[in-house]
Ligand binder design. Structure first.
Ligand code: KIV
Length: 271
């Protein structure tokens, strides 16, 4: 496996050649392990708010939370490209705030790029950020920060209006200079239309097989959640059971006097 540092330019150049593999990451050690097995891109998603802080949605994620987790992930990533998710209200209020907040991810936390949710309406802002040297990953389809607007985490690209909006948005983000576009929960055949239309890679989540890459939330692939798992996520392990099992065995050992043993203790006579 080639272990040269991933850049936004290399991700961009993967279009039509090699699939892009991406996962979310929120902490140092998970990021280190993901980096070591060649995950191309680590997204410090605002999903951190749900999977690490137990909040019902992503809306209350703050710049402070996102900067701290991005710094942890960027410190661990040797090869993977680290992308920071811009939280709700960090780029919608004014261009001035958007520029400052986007810049902070590169300047203070070591990210190489930022992700913004939104279509053609944010293309001028994207163009400004890219113009000042901040690479941008687009995110269209189901946008979790706008779930109140959709009335839920609904599939996108089913109606004529939705398809027109998605295509227009993908084109305008491409023109604004994004290096790739995340397509979240877009009808699979229409995803192919978008992928075939734009010259930048599409990275799908819940959008079927016709993308240039795939991204999932790391907690979903590890089985590190309680309750709802999206249908589109494939679970590769069951950390929930493993954690419960390890903690239960520890509790039993302590209660039954089997922990600590001599080898796990320091007695004076040993020095
Ligand atoms: O916050 C997030 O996890 C995302 C997804 C694209 C994975 O935005």
């Amino acid at each position: 496996m080639k272990m040269d540092k991933m850049t936004t330019v290399k991700i961009r150049a993967r279009k039509g050649r090699e699939k892009i593999v991406a996962l979310t990451a929120y902490d140092f050690f998970t990021a280190k392990f993901l980096d070591s097995v060649g995950i191309d891109m680590l997204l410090v998603g605002d999903s951190v708010n749900m999977v690490l802080y137990g909040k019902p949605d992503t809306l209350s994620a703050t710049m402070d939370i996102m900067l701290a987790h991005t710094e942890a992930v960027a410190s661990a990533a040797v090869r993977s490209l680290v992308v920071a998710d811009m939280p709700f209200l960090s780029y919608q209020v004014s261009w001035e705030e958007a520029v400052r907040n986007a810049g902070r991810f590169l300047k203070e936390s070591g990210a190489a790029a930022v992700k913004l949710e939104g279509g053609c309406e944010i293309a001028p802002l994207v163009s400004r950020l890219v113009g000042m040297g901040v690479p941008v990953l687009g995110h269209i389809g189901m946008q979790p920060q706008s779930y109140h607007k959709y009335g839920g985490y609904c599939l996108q690209g089913e109606t004529k209006e939705s398809r027109e909006y998605l295509l227009k948005s993908a084109r305008s983000l491409e023109e604004a200079g994004v290096f790739a576009i995340v397509l979240e929960k877009v009808e699979a055949n229409f995803t192919k239309v978008i992928t075939d239309t734009v010259s930048v890679p599409t990275i799908g989540i819940g959008s079927g097989p016709f993308c240039d890459g795939q991204i999932l939330v790391v907690n979903d692939i590890l089985g590190m959640f309680d309750g709802f798992k999206p249908r589109f996520a494939r679970q590769y392990d069951d950390f929930r059971s493993r954690i419960k099992d390890a903690a239960s065995r520890f509790a039993r050992d302590v209660r039954e006097g089997r922990f600590p043993e001599k080898k796990e203790s320091f007695f004076e006579e040993e020095g």
